[in-house]
Design a binder for this molecule. Structure first.
Ligand SMILES: Nc1nc2c(ncn2[C@@H]2O[C@@H]3COP(=O)(O)O[C@H]4[C@@H](O)[C@H](n5cnc6c(=O)[nH]c(N)nc65)O[C@@H]4COP(=O)(O)O[C@H]3[C@H]2O)c(=O)[nH]1
Length: 830
C-alpha cells in the first residue's frame, strides 16, 4: 500500500499523528513521524505490535466496542484515550479512525490528537472546584460545629477591625447576650447592657486588651442578669490592620452554683463552729499520706494551740498532743478503718503540755475515691466529762468510798474470774479475810471519825503489804479481803507464801496508829483460804476464809489461821449447839453451879452463879462451850433470864436460913443481855416474882459493855441501883478500862481478872496491875475481888496489898448448891 515513495513520504510528513493498522488484530502496519514523536514509539518498535499491545486501549473489549461504533456510523471521532509513553509520561489524546479495504484486507487509518495539556487543565480545574466545594462544606460543617459548641458552652466571640467600621459578633454571642442577631453595629453601644458597677472594669480591660480574664454582669433585654467571663486581646500587632478579638462565656450557672456552694459552706462552717467538737474530712492518698481536706474552726477547742489552718497544712501536727500510750492504738484504728472502709470509732487521750488529760471520741465514715484514695468524713468530740463521770460511777459502784479500795461487788467479780481461771489451770490463789479486833469498841468509844481514820490507815498498810497486782478489798465495816492471785501450783508452797504475806500484814497492822493525835493499837485476826479448782463457788471460798478468821478470833485474836475442813465440823457443831441449847432450855438441862467468894479470913461471904449444861450425850458442859454461841444467836437472853431467876430463887431460899441469909449472889450478865431494851424491866420482874432481897444480888458486867453508849448503861445501872441491886465489873483490866468512865459508873465492886492473878507472883507487870486495881478500888470506895486464886501465895500476896475478897479453886470450885460448904459458913475455907 505504501509502495509508492511519494505516498510514503506524504504519510510520514503530514503534521498529524497517523497510523495504519489491520482491523482484524490491530497490528500496526505503519506509523508516521508525528505519531512516533507523540507516542515516543518508533516505526520499528511498533511494527508487529497491536494498538492493544502498546497500551493504546485499556482492553481488547474497549477496542472492539470502538470498532463496533466505527462499523455502525462509518467513522469514529475524538475518542478520548491515554497512553503511557516509554519515558513513563502520560499523554492524553483524541482518536479519530476511518476504515478501508485493500487487497481483501480491512485496514484502519487512525489519527491521534494530543489533548494532554487541555485535559490536565480541565482535570485540575475540576479538582480545584471539588476541593473548593469540599473545603467549603468542611468550613460550613466546622462553623455549624463551632456554633453548636458555642451554644452548648454558652460562649461567643467578637472581632473588630481592621476596618474602623468592622465589628462581628458570633451567633453564640448574640444568643447568650439575648440580642437580635446582626443587631449590633460598630455604632451601637453594646456596653450599655453591662451593669454600671462592672463597666469601669470592662472598659479598662477593653483598653488594655491584655488577654486577662475579666468578670462582669450583663443584663439581657429580657431582664435576666448574666455573669460573664471574658478575655480580649489584639490579633495582630500591626497597628494599621489591628484586629481585636474577644471571647465571652456565660458563667451565670457556674457562679450560681459557686454562690450556692459558698452559702452552704458558710452554713456548714457556722454550724460546725458551734458544735462541741470538730468536723473533719481527711484523705489518704494512694501513697498512704494523709491530708486534711477540711477541719472546722475552732479546731483549738479540741486540739489546744492548733488552728484549722495549721492542721490543714500538716495533717500529722496534732499527733504530738496525743497521749504517748494511745498513739499506736489511734494510728492502728484509723488505718484499719481506711483499709476496711468500715466506720471509724475510737476513744483516745490527749496529754496537754500542762499535764491535763483530755478524752476524745473520734468517729468517721470512710469512702473509696478514684485512684486508690480514701476519704473519711467525721467529727471529733471531747468526752472528758463523760469519761470522768463514768470513772466516778465506776468508782462509786466498784470502790469503797472511805478507803478507795475495791468494794465487795468488785471483789466478788474478781474472785469469780479467779475461780474461772483456776478451773482451767492448776494455779492456786490465796484469800485472806482480815477482821480488826475490837474495832467496834474503838469505833464506839472514840467516835466514827477516828474509826474511819483507822480504816483508811489499815487500807494503806494492807496495800503496802502486798504486790501491786494483788487485790485488797474492803468488804464493809472492819472486814478486809486480800487476794493473792496465782501464787503457784503446789499447795505447800502456796500456803507458805500466803503465810508469809499474812505475817507481814499482822506485823504491819500491829504498829501503833496515829489517830487524831493519839497513838492507838489495833490488831487483826486473819483467816486464810486457798482458791483452787476444788473450790466450787465464791460464796464457799469466802465462808472458808471467814471461818478461818473466826478461828483466829477464838485462838485469842491478833493471829492467823488457815481454813481446814475440821473448821467446818466446828461450825456444824456450833449450829448443833444452837439447836440443842434451844431444846435444853425447854428440857431444863441447864444447871447452876456456885463458886464461893471468901473474905480475908477465907470465910464464905457469897457465891458466883455459873451456868452448866447437863448435855444428854456429852455430859456436863462448861459455859465456855456454849455461852459465846448463845451470845451470837441471841439465846443468851432466855438463858440469862433463866440464870437470874434460878439465882434469885436460891437467894430467897438462903434468906430463910439465918446462916445463909447474908450470902451474896454474883450473876454474870452478858453485854447483849444488858443492852436489851427490856433488861431493867426483866430484872425487876424476876425480883418481884421471887421476892429476893436486892442488896444481896450482884450483877457482873464486863468492860466490853462499857465502851458502848455509856449514858444508857449508866441509866440502866442507876435504875437497878435504886432498887439496891449492886454491880461488879468483871475481868477488870483486860479491855479499854479508863479511869474517866470508871468514876462515872455506879459500881460497887471491881474484879481482878484471873489472868493477872495467875502470874501475880512471877510477873511484875501482873503484880503491878493487881496492885493498881486494889488501890483504885480503895480510892473509888469499891470492893475488890480477886478471881482465879489457886494458891496460898497468890492469896497472901493479894491480901497483903489490901484485897479483901477472893474467889478461886483455893477456896472452892464451882459446884452444885448441894455441895456448897453451907454448914460450916463461919469456918474459913482454907
Ligand atoms: N483456872 C481457874 N479457873 C477458875 C478459878 N476459879 C474460878 N474459875 C473459873 O473462872 C470463871 C469465872 O467466871 P467468869 O470470869 O465470870 O467467866 C465465866 C462467865 O464469863 C461465863 N459464864 C458462866 N456462867 C454464866 C452465866 O450464867 N451467864 C453469863 N452471861 N456468862 C456466864 O463463862 C465464864 C466461864 O465460866 P466457868 O467455866 O464457870 O469458869 C469460871 C470459874 O470456874 C481458878 O482458881 N482457876
Amino acid at each position: 500500500m505504501f509502495d509508492s515513495p511519494d505516498r510514503h513520504l506524504f504519510f510520514d510528513h503530514i503534521p498529524v499523528a497517523a497510523s495504519l493498522s489491520r482491523e482484524s488484530d490491530g497490528v500496526y502496519v505503519a506509523v508516521n513521524a508525528e505519531w512516533s514523536r507523540m507516542t515516543g514509539l518508533s516505526q520499528r518498535e511498533v511494527v508487529g505490535l497491536s494498538s492493544v499491545d502498546i497500551g493504546l486501549w485499556p482492553s481488547h473489549t474497549r477496542r472492539l466496542q470502538a470498532l463496533a461504533v466505527l462499523h455502525e456510523t462509518g467513522e469514529l471521532r475524538g475518542l478520548p484515550l491515554s497512553l503511557v509513553r516509554p519515558d513513563q509520561t502520560q499523554i492524553r489524546f483524541e482518536l479519530s479512525m476511518s476504515r478501508f479495504e485493500w487487497n481483501d484486507e480491512s485496514y484502519l487509518l487512525s489519527y491521534l490528537k494530543d489533548v494532554t495539556g487541555e485535559r490536565t487543565a480541565q482535570i485540575a480545574l475540576l479538582a480545584s472546584e471539588q476541593l473548593l466545594k469540599a473545603t467549603n462544606e468542611r468550613l460550613n460543617q466546622q462553623l455549624r460545629l463551632f456554633e453548636a459548641m458555642e451554644s452548648l458552652a454558652s460562649v461567643g466571640y467578637w472581632t473588630s477591625g481592621p476596618e474602623p467600621d468592622h465589628l462581628v459578633l458570633s451567633k453564640g454571642l448574640y444568643q447568650l447576650t439575648g440580642l437580635e442577631p446582626g443587631s449590633v453595629q460598630p455604632s451601637s453601644d453594646g456596653r450599655s447592657w453591662i451593669l454600671s458597677e462592672d463597666k469601669p472594669a470592662f472598659l479598662a480591660a477593653r483598653e488594655a486588651l491584655d488577654g486577662e480574664t475579666l468578670y462582669y454582669r450583663w443584663q439581657r433585654p429580657d431582664g435576666r442578669v448574666l455573669t460573664l467571663r471574658g478575655r480580649m486581646q489584639r490579633l495582630s500587632d500591626n497597628a494599621p490592620s489591628e484586629i481585636h478579638f474577644g471571647v465571652v462565656q456565660d458563667i451565670s450557672r457556674e457562679r450560681e452554683t459557686e454562690l450556692a456552694l459558698q452559702d452552704r459552706l458558710s452554713f456548714i462552717e457556722k454550724i460546725t463552729s458551734r458544735l462541741p467538737g470538730v468536723v473533719f474530712q481527711i484523705r489518704r492518698n494512694a501513697d498512704g499520706v494523709l491530708e486534711f481536706l477540711f477541719i472546722s474552726e475552732p479546731a483549738s477547742q479540741i486540739y489546744p494551740g492548733f488552728t484549722a489552718q495549721a492542721i490543714l497544712q500538716d495533717a500529722y501536727c496534732t499527733l504530738n498532743l496525743h497521749h504517748p500510750d494511745d498513739v499506736q492504738a489511734f494510728k492502728l484504728s484509723v488505718r484499719q478503718a481506711l483499709q476496711s472502709l468500715q466506720p471509724w470509732q475510737h476513744e483516745y487521750r490527749l496529754l496537754l503540755p500542762n499535764g491535763q488529760v483530755r478524752w476524745l471520741l473520734g468517729q468517721g465514715v470512710p469512702e473509696q475515691e478514684a485512684e486508690g484514695a480514701v476519704v473519711m468524713s467525721g467529727f471529733v468530740t471531747d468526752i472528758t466529762e463523760r469519761k470522768l463521770a463514768e470513772e466516778k460511777i465506776e468508782q462509786l459502784a466498784f470502790y469503797d468510798a472511805l478507803t478507795g479500795l475495791p468494794n465487795r461487788r468488785l471483789l466478788l467479780d474478781r474472785l469469780q474470774l479467779a475461780l474461772l481461771s483456776a478451773a482451767r489451770s492448776e494455779s492456786i490463789s490465796a484469800v485472806l479475810f482480815i477482821d480488826l479486833d475490837n474495832f467496834k469498841d474503838l469505833n464506839d468509844t472514840l467516835g466514827h471519825d477516828v474509826g474511819d481514820m483507822l480504816l483508811r490507815q489499815v487500807a494503806q498498810r494492807l496495800q503496802g503489804s502486798v504486790r501491786e497486782a494483788d487485790t485488797v478489798a474492803r468488804l464493809g465495816g472492819d472486814e478486809f479481803v486480800v487476794v493473792l492471785e496465782e501464787l503457784g501450783t503446789d499447795v505447800q508452797l502456796v500456803t507458805a507464801l500466803a503465810e508469809k504475806v499474812g505475817h507481814k500484814i499482822l506485823l504491819n497492822l500491829n504498829h501503833a496508829y496515829e489517830l487524831n493525835k493519839q497513838e492507838l493499837l489495833s490488831t487483826p485476826s486473819i483467816g486464810v483460804a486457798l482458791l483452787s479448782k476444788q473450790v466450787k463457788s465464791v460464796d464457799e471460798l469466802l465462808k472458808q476464809a471467814d471461818l478461818a478468821m473466826y478461828e483466829s478470833k477464838s485462838a485469842g485474836r491478833n493471829t492467823m489461821r488457815f481454813f481446814d475442813p475440821t473448821m467446818q465440823a466446828l461450825v456444824a457443831q456450833r449450829t448443833a449447839i444452837d439447836r440443842e441449847l434451844r431444846l435444853a432450855l425447854k428440857r431444863s438441862e441447864l444447871v447452876l453451879f456456885y463458886q464461893p467468894v471468901v473474905d480475908e479470913q477465907a470465910q464464905m461471904v457469897g457465891v458466883e452463879a455459873l451456868v452448866r449444861w447437863q448435855h444428854p450425850r456429852r455430859g456436863l458442859l462448861s459455859p465456855m462451850e456454849f455461852i459465846d454461841q448463845a451470845e451470837q444467836s441471841g439465846l443468851i437472853l432466855p438463858l440469862g433470864q433463866w440464870v437470874l431467876r434460878k439465882a434469885c430463887e436460891q437467894l430467897v431460899q438462903w434468906a430463910a436460913q439465918p446462916a445463909t441469909a447474908q450470902l451474896t449472889m454474883a450473876v454474870n450478865v452478858s453485854a447483849r443481855q444488858f443492852r436489851h431494851p427490856e433488861f431493867v424491866e426483866q430484872v425487876l420482874e424476876v425480883m418481884r416474882a421471887t421476892g429476893v432481897a436486892a442488896h444481896l444480888l450482884k450483877l457482873e458486867i464486863t468492860e466490853s459493855l462499857l465502851v458502848t453508849d455509856m449514858l444508857e448503861v449508866i441509866e440502866k445501872m442507876q435504875a437497878l441501883r435504886t432498887m439496891q441491886v449492886t454491880f461488879s465489873l468483871d475481868d477488870f483490866g483486860t479491855g479499854y478500862s479508863s479511869l474517866s468512865y470508871l468514876k462515872r459508873l455506879p459500881l460497887d465492886q471491881l474484879k481482878i481478872d484471873q489472868s493477872f492473878v495467875r502470874d501475880v507472883l512471877t510477873d511484875s507487870h501482873d503484880a503491878a496491875i493487881a496492885q493498881t486495881v486494889i488501890t483504885l478500888g480503895q480510892s473509888l470506895n469499891l470492893s475488890v475481888v480477886a478471881e482465879g486464886v489457886e494458891t496460898h501465895g497468890q492469896w497472901q500476896f493479894l491480901a497483903q496489898r489490901g484485897c479483901k475478897l477472893f474467889q478461886g479453886y483455893l477456896f472452892g470450885k464451882p459446884v452444885p448448891v448441894a455441895q456448897l460448904p453451907l454448914s460450916c459458913l463461919s469456918w474459913p475455907l482454907v
